[in-house]
Design a protein around this ligand. Structure first.
Ligand SMILES: O=C(O)CCC(=O)C(=O)O
Ligand SMILES: [Fe+2]
Length: 221
């Protein structure tokens, strides 16, 4: 029943358990005290030099962000995004460190996406998992299936605003240079976790840069 209603849920339950076990053994990983969403942070995951390099790369490729369902809904996500060069040494090193930390296969990771939020820009409340009843799912089902974990690295500090808020559980995370935020988009049984709903709040002063990497239940292609 659940399997048919929630594609990839068995794989997501397995992946969730494996990552959880691995993170629990890693002293640099801090879990947020919230049962309903598995949210973790690692400070200084990237150093300042790596962050500066990635910021330069984002500035070189950033274009207005799109939404996963290609809806022309311009006020929902007003940031800039860009696919950064996957062959760059810093990006490769980031990918390998994420895989080593989480145990998630690199083959399941989408290519890292850079995002820039200028003053006033934001990304409204959303969940990162795909709506498997939407038209776009036909495409995503074949290209690796449901999203499992999200890894996001803050590349700088923002003078005011720009927090990542998990709105249903009232957690607010301020950007810290080089820190990694990691969360499971699924619940323990592999079904989508509605408590993972989050938003990038408007930048009120300064500019915000992040790199995001979404992992899939299966090989991403
Ligand atoms: O920039 C943030 O704080 C959150 C970004 C986000 O939720 C996303 O890109 O899916
Ligand atoms: Fe998101």
């Amino acid at each position: 029943m659940t399997g048919a209603a929630h594609p990839d849920c068995r794989a997501l339950a397995r992946i969730g358990a494996a990552v959880r076990e691995r993170l629990s053994c890693e002293p640099s990983v801090r879990r947020f005290p919230e049962e309903r969403v598995e949210l973790y942070a690692v400070d200084s995951f990237l150093n300042a030099e790596e962050c500066a390099r990635l910021i330069g790369m984002i500035d070189a490729v950033a274009c207005p962000s799109s939404l996963v369902d290609d809806t022309p809904w311009p006020h929902y996500r007003t940031s800039y995004s860009g696919d950064i060069d996957i062959h760059d040494d810093t990006v490769r090193s980031l990918d390998h460190r994420l895989a080593a930390l989480t145990g998630l296969p690199l083959a399941c990771g989408e290519s890292a996406q850079g995002q820039r939020y200028d003053c006033g820009q934001y990304f409204e409340e959303h969940c990162d998992w795909f709506d498997t009843t939407a038209g776009y799912w036909r495409r995503e089902r074949r290209s690796g299936g449901q999203r499992s974990w999200t890894a996001m690295i803050y590349l700088n500090e923002v003078a005011e605003g720009g927090t990542t808020d998990f709105t249903r559980v009232r957690l607010s995370v301020p950007p810290l240079t080089g820190s990694l935020l990691l969360w499971n988009n699924a619940q323990a049984d592999g079904t989508p976790n509605p408590w993972s709903m989050h938003a990038a709040r408007p930048v009120l002063r300064g500019v915000k840069y992040v790199v995001t990497k979404w992992f899939r239940a299966r090989t991403w292609q």
